[in-house]
Design a protein around this ligand. Structure first.
Ligand SMILES: Nc1ncnc2c1ncn2[C@@H]1O[C@H](COP(=O)(O)OP(=O)(O)OP(=O)(O)O)[C@@H](O)[C@H]1O
Length: 368
């Protein structure tokens, strides 16, 4: 009942799709994978734009497609909102006309809520040709939401925007995910968008699901690690805001029982749930507990893995995986020289050090 089940088999061109995945019925699920992996085809099956040869699609207890019982709800009756890469607004309709297109039962309260969420009031009387790319996408999202869908499908909605415009639209998407009780399935191949937006991730390759789960759990698996360049090598944590130190403008985040991290002060309420990204390059390792140091975060941990950035090249930096608590791992990037001098090996107890100033608000995303 409280999930979205997508199970189907279909041959499209050279790709043999064989998908069987269950997606949570809330928050943002990112469908992630390289170009041609099958991301768009997956959401098109949910929307009814692709009809699979075999399978079952169920959204919140409603069967949209079942090959066995011959159910195939037509697209316009599926209660599915769809936002494409390009906004696909009607050029001869004003923003208001575009927003209300497809609305069968007017609901002023809902209309005003969506206008506020996406900040569309001042655009209502403009025409698409008078809007920026980011504004067009906000209107397209509003139009999809005004039809009161049971699920919102978004196919790389930021792909056609350049970085400044992406940054302009992203906060709206973050805000939307917190404010509307609606599952969003978000196709992307951007790690940046993934970290900012996704609660859950489904990684697709050649028409098959290679990983599915909460982002923090999948982040460290081979399904995603192959996407990370060395500058993006990092650890992801779910954390809650435990306290503020107003005097020193710092906030304390709880990563696990007895594992706290001081970061630059965050303007969010206590106990907020956050996602935090700690770059491996900002973590150093000490064998003894440093006593007189400027570094605020000194976390007892154990070495569980040492991997080379480039196997066989001993001169390069290495990545050390440290266990902070059960199922809480932190990556440190150090030189091969430091690894040898500290005689690091699996099972060794060490201290991880992270500067309080190295984790900034850019590395922290509010989840609730
Ligand atoms: N209607 C179709 N007919 C034939 N082949 C198709 C059709 N739709 C998709 N395919 C093939 O299925 C594969 C997956 O395509 P899809 O568009 O779903 O990938 P994608 O992951 O969304 O890619 P991109 O990120 O480039 O949009 C590709 O090899 C594509 O050529």
């Amino acid at each position: 009942m409280n999930s979205i089940r997508v199970c189907f088999k279909q041959n499209l061109g050279h790709t043999k799709f064989d998908i069987d995945v269950t997606i949570p019925n809330k928050g943002i699920t990112s469908v992630f994978g390289k170009s041609g992996a099958g991301k768009t085809s997956l959401i098109n099956v949910i929307a009814g734009l692709n009809r699979p040869e075999q399978g079952e699609i169920v959204v919140s207890g409603t069967t949209l497609f079942c090959s066995e019982t011959k159910v195939n709800v037509p697209t316009h009756k599926r209660k599915v909102g769809y936002v494409f890469q390009d906004s696909r607004l009607f050029p001869h309709y004003s923003v208001k006309g575009n927003l209300l297109y497809g609305v069968t039962e007017p609901d002023t309260q809902h209309f005003n809520k969506i206008l506020n969420l996406l900040d569309l009031q001042s655009l209502l009387h403009r025409y698409p040709s008078q809007l920026s790319g980011g504004e067009k996408q906000r209107v397209a999202i509003g139009r999809a939401l005004l039809c009161k869908p049971a699920v919102l499908l978004m196919d790389e909605p930021l792909a056609s925007l350049d970085m400044p415009l992406k940054k302009e639209v992203l906060p709206y998407l973050e805000h939307l995910a917190q404010e509307i009780q609606l599952p969003i399935i978000y196709v992307s191949h951007s790690l940046y968008e993934l970290v900012r937006l996704a609660n859950h991730i489904v990684v697709i390759d050649s028409g098959k699901v290679v990983a599915s789960g909460p982002l923090e759990a999948i982040w460290d698996t081979p399904a995603l690690s192959q996407w990370r360049t060395s500058s993006l090598h990092s650890s992801l944590f779910e954390a809650s805001l435990a306290s503020h130190n107003k005097h020193y403008a710092l906030s304390r985040l709880k990563l696990a029982e007895n594992v706290d991290l001081w970061v630059q002060k965050l303007e969010v309420p206590l106990e907020s749930k956050l996602r935090i990204q700690v770059k491996a390059a900002d973590v150093s390792i000490s064998l003894d507990k440093p006593s007189q140091t400027s570094i605020r975060n000194i976390l007892p941990s154990k070495v569980v893995e040492i991997s080379n950035q480039d196997e066989g090249d001993q001169s390069r930096n290495v990545y050390v995986k440290l266990e902070l608590a059960e199922e809480r791992f932190l990556w440190a990037e150090i030189t091969a020289w430091a690894r040898d001098e500290l005689e690091l090996k699996k099972g060794l107890n060490v201290f991880a050090q992270i500067k309080g100033v190295s984790v900034t608000t850019n590395d922290i995303v509010l989840k609730t």
